[in-house]
Design a protein around this ligand. Structure first.
Ligand code: NAI
Ligand code: MG
Length: 498
């Protein structure tokens, strides 16, 4: 498969010798999938054992719809067993284990993830559709880094919260999405375990396989049975976990709609809750910004992981005076993105995660055209099987259009303009969300002025989509509450005897 378009970035040109001038086709460079052994059928990982599921569904590869394995559709009774196992493990030693001992398990998990990272990266790309270079270079290293980071806190909680007597909360129910399956597992498990909690985790229905493979890491690390339990299934399984009476805390990452439902359900129960929900981030480019650098940041901001990113820079605000050159550079760069097989090491944009998500992207893109925005898509040949969407830019977008307001969660950028910093700020904040934002300018004082006023949990300056386990991440407004990462990420997993 190839992406036509005729332009190749200077860097690529240096790296790849091309025999025929003007023909920029890349030879395919597939990562071997032999390293991964996928079982035909998976049960639930409860109390260190595999429980046989009564009902299963097929999990597929979005690149070609190949059925990969049968996976359990967890019932309330299955969830109940997992919660009971977590409760026993909590009472039976894990919560009273010295922090330095808990840390050893977390360090072991981190090292095992590093050792087996290629296997996990291949499986992540196969089951989720993201390019192998992203799972290899972003998801896996960051997942291991989260375990390393929180391992370091496990025996230092008293120093993190002096005079507050930090204690674990109990059993944590954790529900994660499909866009960063293993990384979200790491974000959830590492702080929970570091603080002395036990866990029942439910992976997203379309991407359960890396979580199920992770059970093998737990076995290798000799984590005591019941400390981590994994029950697969769809939203019904998640709802059963939220309803479970013996869960002390719920951590959820996913849609704002489900987040609100969970919040309503838990009101008055006294259970702790953190929600990491949707976003519609503003990426703001001032006329003094380094334009080529900004273009790379814009591309990384919205086309990274097919735009299945809650903090994606999906609304681009460009200062009017540089609008034309910037859009020209951006469209030219778009034509160089290689869309195709997630397991190909040259791929920039992989497969859309599911048929349902593809429908949602198509519907919102159609609304953009209907409402009067101008659409640009580079010439691009897509594979016949599987779920694909061409990287898309909308210009002539009004603030009122659905594509400027709703989270698309796909490789679709809406470009808007502004004249003054005040106007950029007002437009950027005019959204129900508030997860992240980006500012591109040479002027340090303007970065600080904007960062103080943008209502977003993370503000990147002259970069985008950068993550580090030591840096807290989370939202304002309908993007949720609570922080993951850093010292702040410990707090939701602790209670304090004041
Ligand atoms: P979703 O919120 O339905 O799914 C996320 C997780 O919640 C999955 O594990 C799912 O099984 C579970 N879940 C679903 N209903 C539940 C319920 N009633 N109780 C407990 N758990 C439940 O998100 P979905 O349907 O996959 O995607 C819809 C849209 O949500 C996307 O197009 C995107 O805009 C947004 N989204 C945002 C994410 C983020 O990272 N903030 C991640 C995934 C989706
Ligand atoms: Mg849903």
């Amino acid at each position: 498969m190839r992406v036509g378009g005729g332009f190749v970035a200077e860097l690529d040109r240096q790296q790849h010798e091309v025999a025929v001038p003007g023909d920029w086709t890349y030879a395919s460079a597939p990562e071997s999938r032999d390293i991964v052994h996928i079982r035909d059928r998976y049960g639930y990982f409860v109390d260190g054992e595999w429980l046989e599921p009564a009902e299963t569904y097929e999990t597929i590869a979005p690149r070609d719809e190949e059925a990969l394995a049968a996976v359990g559709q967890g019932t309330p009774a299955d969830v109940g067993r997992a919660v009971a196992a977590a409760r026993n493990a909590y009472a039976d030693g894990w919560s009273s284990l010295p922090g330095s001992e808990r840390a050893k398990y977390l360090f072991r998990i981190a090292r095992l993830l590093q050792e087996r990272s290629r296997e996990f990266a291949v499986l992540e790309s196969l089951n989720g559709g993201k390019p192998i270079k992203e799972s290899r270079d972003v998801d896996l290293p960051l997942a291991a880094a989260h375990f390393f980071y929180y391992a370091g806190w496990a025996d230092k909680l008293e120093y993190a919260f002096p005079n507050r007597r930090p204690r674990p909360v109990g059993v944590a129910g954790q529900i994660i999405p499909w866009n960063f399956p293993l990384l979200m597992l790491a974000w959830k498990l590492a702080p929970a375990l570091a603080c002395g909690n036990t866990v029942v985790l439910k992976p997203a229905e379309t991407t359960p396989l890396t979580a199920l493979l992770f059970c093998d890491i737990l076995r290798q690390a000799e984590l005591p049975p019941g400390v981590v339990n994994i029950v697969t299934g769809d939203g019904r399984t998640g709802a059963a976990l939220v309803e479970s009476e013996d869960v002390d805390k719920i951590a959820f990452t996913g849609s704002t709609e489900v987040g609100k439902a969970i919040q309503r359900q838990l009101a008055g129960t006294g259970k702790k809750l953190t929600l990491e929900l949707g976003g519609k981030a503003a990426n703001i480019v001032f006329d003094d910004a380094a334009l080529d650098q900004a273009v790379e940041g814009i591309v990384n901001g919205i086309y990274f992981n097919q735009g299945h990113v809650c903090c994606a820079g999906s609304r681009l605000f460009v200062q009017e005076s540089i609008y034309e050159p910037l859009v020209a550079k951006l469209e030219r760069r778009l034509a160089t993105l290689r869309v195709g097989d997630p397991l190909d090491k040259n791929t920039d944009v992989g497969a859309i995660n599911s048929a349902a998500q593809l429908d949602r992207i198509r519907e919102l893109v159609a609304s953009g055209v209907e409402e009067g925005a101008e659409i640009y898509q580079p010439p691009c040949v897509l594979p016949e099987k599987g779920y694909w969407f061409v990287p898309t830019v909308f210009t002539n977008v009004a603030q009122s259009y659905r594509i400027a307001q709703e989270e698309i969660f796909g490789p679709v950028l809406s470009v808007l303009t502004f004249r003054t910093p005040e106007e950029a700020l007002e437009k950027a904040n005019n959204t129900p969300y508030g997860l992240s934002a980006g500012v591109w300018t040479e002027k340090g004082s303007r970065i600080l002025w904007m960062a103080q006023r943008l209502r977003a949990g993370v503000v990147w300056a002259n970069t985008f989509n950068r993550f580090d386990p030591s840096s807290p991440f989370g939202g304002y407004k309908e993007s949720g509450f609570g922080r993951e990462g850093g010292l702040h990420g410990l707090e939701p997993y602790l209670r304090f005897d004041e």
